[in-house]
Write a protein that binds this ligand. Structure first.
Ligand SMILES: Cc1cc2nc3c(=O)[nH]c(=O)nc-3n(C[C@H](O)[C@H](O)[C@H](O)COP(=O)(O)O)c2cc1C
Length: 351
């Protein structure tokens, strides 16, 4: 049986093990979306992961979902990321940038402008608008025109170019957890009547075009995509989950992407069907929607035995930069309190 400690080839990269650090927003960027010296230390300490996927990085100002998150939409940000990627490489690691466009999950107090989305439909709930405002009702996004949708597709490709220029080994498109790509996939955030809405073929179009454009920009072997089939985070409803994701996988499969990264948000049957349809690496995040239990070694091995090639861990990586070694030796895992996840500063980040 395959073990988590066996290597794997991923695109051009030779991964020394099958443990992936899942993307985690930590809200510790400096002003103007610039990563800091602490960001470099944080990731460099986790370089023994087979692959690190960075926190969600906004590809444009309007795509910024949370306060104090880093960006990849200007030269200053590219320059500020270079010491981060180079620190990871110096420690022998590999890192992809997660490109996260928040779509309707945002607030004018965060991005300085009204969020955009497939349709002018607010999510039912509140979003975090920064320390001065706390949580506020989610605003109604501005619906993108058909022409503008093409512009948003290009935004992913541009951010990917910048990511590679900043030294990232590749990018992961954030198509999970209710952000822009999943808003297009959904049946309640996407009420469009043009080619990007309605039928399954319409609702998958944005995700497929974003993946195509990004693969054209930096090479398919440098591009992965994260998906949460049937996931309901941020008030998402998807009709026809098995059909929707089968069609999406079939459309993405010929692109030759490095990987797909799925959260366990659908039944095992649905996930196994998707596994069969996927030609390259299949990453599973057993934690799915942040349940009570944090992923462990046994869960990882379980998913490898069910056909996953790699397993990703989020919260287990918060307090255990040496997670791979802890799994290998059976050492206990430390936890980081929820209060420290997004609060800024080095506490709960570097200690
Ligand atoms: C603090 C924190 C921040 C997160 N930020 C992101 C993010 O930026 N992008 C993303 O795709 N998932 C994000 N997630 C979800 C994780 O990647 C992962 O799917 C989730 O924590 C469940 O896995 P786990 O049980 O291994 O923690 C975040 C989770 C946590 C705990």
């Amino acid at each position: 049986m395959t073990s988590l400690f066996e290597g794997l080839r991923l695109g051009e990269l030779a991964l020394p093990n099958r443990v992936v650090m899942a993307p985690m927003t930590r809200a510790r960027a400096g002003t103007d979306g610039l990563p800091t010296a602490s960001t470099a230390t944080h990731y460099a300490r986790r370089a023994t992961a087979g692959l690190i996927v960075s926190e969600g990085v906004q590809p444009s100002l309007v795509g910024q979902s949370n306060p104090n998150t880093p960006g990849l939409y200007n030269d200053a940000q590219v320059t500020a990321w270079r010491p981060v990627t180079s620190a990871v490489h110096t420690n022998g690691g590999r890192i992809f940038a997660q490109i996260m466009h928040g779509g309707r999950v945002g607030h004018p107090e965060v991005a300085g402008q009204r969020p955009v989305g497939p349709s002018a439909v607010a999510l039912r709930g509140e979003v975090f608008a920064g320390a001065d405002f706390g949580r506020l009702p989610a605003p109604v996004p501005r619906a993108l025109s058909t022409k503008e949708v093409g512009g948003e597709v290009a935004v992913y490709a541009d951010a990917a170019r910048r990511a590679v220029s900043a030294g990232f080994d590749g990018v992961e498109l954030h198509g999970a957890n209710g952000y822009l790509i999943q808003q297009f996939l959904s049946s309640n955030a996407n009420l469009r009547t043009d080619a990007y809405g309605g039928s399954v073929a319409g609702r998958i179009r944005f995700a497929v075009e974003a993946a195509e454009a990004t693969a054209d920009a930096v090479g398919a072997e440098r591009v992965g995509i994260r998906l949460s089939p049937g996931g309901q985070v941020w008030d998402i409803v998807e009709d026809d989950v098995p059909d929707l994701y089968a069609a999406l996988f079939d459309a993405l499969a010929p692109l030759g992407l490095a990987y797909v990264h799925v959260l366990v948000t659908a039944s095992d049957d649905v996930l196994m069907e998707l596994r069969k349809r996927w030609p390259t690496a299949f990453i599973v995040n057993p934690g799915g929607q942040i349940g009570e239990t944090v992923g462990d070694l046994a869960q990882g091995e379980h998913w490898l035995s069910r056909g996953a090639d790699l397993v990703s861990y989020g919260r287990a990586y918060l307090g255990n930069p040496d997670l791979v070694e802890r799994f290998r030796t059976g050492a206990p895992l430390r936890t980081v309190e929820r209060d420290l996840w997004f609060q800024g500063g080095d506490s709960g980040y570097l200690d």
